[in-house]
Design a protein around this ligand. Structure first.
Ligand SMILES: CC(C)(COP(=O)(O)OP(=O)(O)OC[C@H]1O[C@@H](n2cnc3c(N)ncnc32)[C@H](O)[C@@H]1OP(=O)(O)O)[C@@H](O)C(=O)NCCC(=O)NCCS
Length: 188
């Protein structure tokens, strides 16, 4: 993908140089939905960076100036004009508004460039930070799927099912927010 630059960040494709920083936050995934992405060694991190490098749907979020990776965003297309999105940031860079700044840029990209009509995110019911982020992005809470998915097992081997909330925003809702806040599309 073409680089996206915001006031403090650069959103771009992954490179091998990101492996070290990816290992920092994926060696110990903080939420169970990323358990399967756990990385144990720098070699695994390099392989993961190589896999992601040509994937436009996996976006490296980096600090402007230093180009240091601080987290990632991803999106998946669903026919005919819907996108599922998600995010995972290093705890070191949490609480600075970086996730919101980059996710806003992702919404702009999906609605303006990819012609999305609807964008949604799944968030587990105990992940309050991610729910707050969805709300700050103007996404509506649409519902909660009870025992929707399992990412980990209990010690006895039985699956631990998660209650998963769905948040979404339509293009027309996003345009209304932009207008209300008088945000020109190129100033996000
Ligand atoms: C979910 C996640 C991305 C949220 O990150 P975050 O940093 O809390 O989100 P934001 O970018 O919206 O930052 C908000 C915080 O930055 C603060 N902040 C500081 N400077 C700011 C600025 N310039 N602009 C905006 N907010 C700023 C806000 O006050 C807020 O602080 P608070 O949390 O104390 O209220 C992050 O917790 C994460 O990656 N978690 C692990 C993975 C995960 O759960 N992924 C989602 C699975 S569904």
């Amino acid at each position: 993908m073409k680089e996206i630059v915001t006031s403090r960040l650069v959103l771009r494709n992954f490179t091998i140089n990101d492996a070290k920083y990816m290992l920092e936050y994926l060696s110990n995934p903080r939420v169970s939905c990323f358990t399967s992405e756990k990385l144990n060694t720098i070699e695994e991190a390099i392989n993961e960076a190589i896999n992601r490098r040509n994937e436009d749907t996996s976006i490296a979020v980096c600090l402007k100036g230093t180009d240091r990776l601080i987290g990632d965003l991803f999106y998946n297309y669903e026919e005919p004009n819907t996108y599922n999105i998600g995010w995972n940031f290093s705890i070191e860079f949490e609480g600075k508004g970086y996730a919101k700044e980059s996710a806003n840029a992702l919404l702009l990209y999906l609605f303006a460039e990819k012609k999305a009509r609807r964008v949604y995110a799944y968030v587990e019911d105990d992940n309050y930070r991610s729910q707050r982020l969805c709300e700050k992005l103007g996404m509506r809470k649409e519902g909660c799927f009870i025992e929707f998915i399992s990412f980990v097992n209990y010690p006895d081997g039985t699956p631990k099912y998660e209650n998963t909330m769905q948040y979404a925003i339509l293009e027309k809702e996003w345009l209304n927010i932009m207008e209300k806040n008088e945000i020109p599309r190129n100033k996000l």
